[in-house]
Ligand binder design. Structure first.
Ligand code: NAD
Length: 359
């Protein structure tokens, strides 16, 4: 199978993980990279052995030997770069969030459809072994019907110092699109939607700006209702001083699943539950360890590539083999809707129905 040839556009902070992921995958090679800051592009090119360097993505897109681009750009440039890539008939992998607005996201989906190229959003949170294992246990009926979900990502993120290090775009409304919910919460929203196992139908939210003097929200508290009847509370914060914390619990009529980084815990009321049943539901790759104490099962994740490494590999494979993407542009649009819907709810003081965009 021929490897695909790729151009990475945007050589800032997160691109390092992307270049590493492209080195790791067997499905593609980076042949060119681009950054408006030439020194940055050259630094990455030297470190990762990339032969061609550009400062203007339109020039990179003129190359006939490039099949796809990997966009690691500030949020407001995702859409214009994706439009140009689609016009040049290049498949597109774009960092999360898909765009700053729903209008841009919708146009990106349409432009790629029209051009007949694939559009994938790099939603690294989806590529988590524990998330998928939890979903399989829940789909296997071990906690009954989903009832409620609590999900939080609390951090004290010094967004001012970060912005001063050449990243002012991250705290501007026009350039970032939103604050804690848009930039970091999009990871949580995406995983939450997958864990809920249904599409969201309504959101009610409040936001606030604390600690950091910026024009964006530093915290958002949102309540989602899903089509299968379950509800979820999501809290994402950059202003949780002194007590960073993450928590993900999915409750059902007969138990609960708690998700940690590399492990999950299952509280199930199913009588006579056996290890073999759990192993059968979790499937391959098998957990590193599985144990039970006081009626609670602990499942340890195996050492498998996740996050950006897995996302880049999945994109490259789907393009190389012309198969379905695990995270499409439409998925990215639906996740952004959960963020924009929450903003609208907070602004208008009412519940917002989802979906917002008809496709
Ligand atoms: N998946 C994750 O966990 C994760 C983590 C961090 C960032 N991100 C996402 O990655 C993307 C980039 O974030 P970052 O932290 O790398 O930002 P960054 O500011 O470090 O990098 C952006 C790069 O784009 C370049 N650039 C700006 N305008 C350009 C133009 N017109 N043409 C070419 N290059 C241009 C900048 O010079 C900079 O090098 C964002 O979408 C962000 O949300 C994802």
């Amino acid at each position: 199978m021929a490897k695909i040839r790729v151009g990475v556009i945007g050589c800032g902070g997160i691109s390092k993980s992307h270049f590493g992921a492209w080195q790791a995958t067997g499905y593609g090679d980076v042949v060119a990279c681009c950054d408006a800051d030439e020194a940055r592009a050259r630094e990455r090119a030297e470190a990762f052995g990339v032969p061609h360097v550009y400062t203007d993505w339109k020039e990179l897109l003129k190359r006939d030997d490039i099949d796809a681009v990997d966009l690691c750009l500030p949020h407001h440039l995702h859409a214009p770069a994706a439009f140009d890539a689609a016009r040049a008939r290049k498949h597109v992998l774009v960092e999360k969030p898909i765009a700053t607005t729903l209008g841009e996201a919708h146009e990106m989906v349409m432009a790629c459809r029209t051009a007949g190229v694939k559009l994938m959003v790099e939603q690294s949170s989806y590529f988590s072994w524990t998330l998928h294992a939890a979903r399989r246990l829940i789909d296997g009926g071990l906690i009954g019907d989903r009832t409620e979900i609590t999900w939080h990502r609390m951090s004290s993120k010094d967004v001012i110092t970060q912005a001063e290090r050449n990243m002012a775009w991250k705290i501007g409304k026009e350039t970032a699109g939103g604050g804690a919910l848009h930039r970091d919460g999009i990871h949580e929203v995406y995983a939450l939607r997958f864990a809920a196992g249904a599409e969201p139908t309504r959101v009610t939210a409040e936001g606030g700006t604390y600690v950091w003097p910026i024009e964006l929200e530093t915290t958002a508290h949102a309540i989602y209702r899903f089509a299968n009847g379950c509800m979820a509370t999501l809290v994402v914060s950059w202003s949780a001083q002194g007590a960073g914390d993450r928590g993900r619990v999915i409750y059902g009529t007969k138990g609960a699943v708690t998700l940690g980084g590399n492990r999950l815990q299952l509280h199930s009321e199913q009588a006579g539950l056996e290890e073999a049943t759990l192993r059968g539901l979790v499937g391959e790759p098998a957990p590193l360890a599985l144990s039970q104490a006081d009626g609670v099962w602990t499942v340890e994740a195996p050492k498998v590539a996740g996050g950006i490494t897995a996302a880049v590999d999945a994109f490259a494979r789907a393009v190389a083999e012309d198969t379905e993407l695990p995270v499409t542009g439409v998925d990215g649009l639906r996740a952004l809707e959960m963020v924009i819907g929450a903003y609208r709810s907070a602004e208008e003081g009412r519940a917002i129905s989802l979906p917002i965009v008809a496709l």
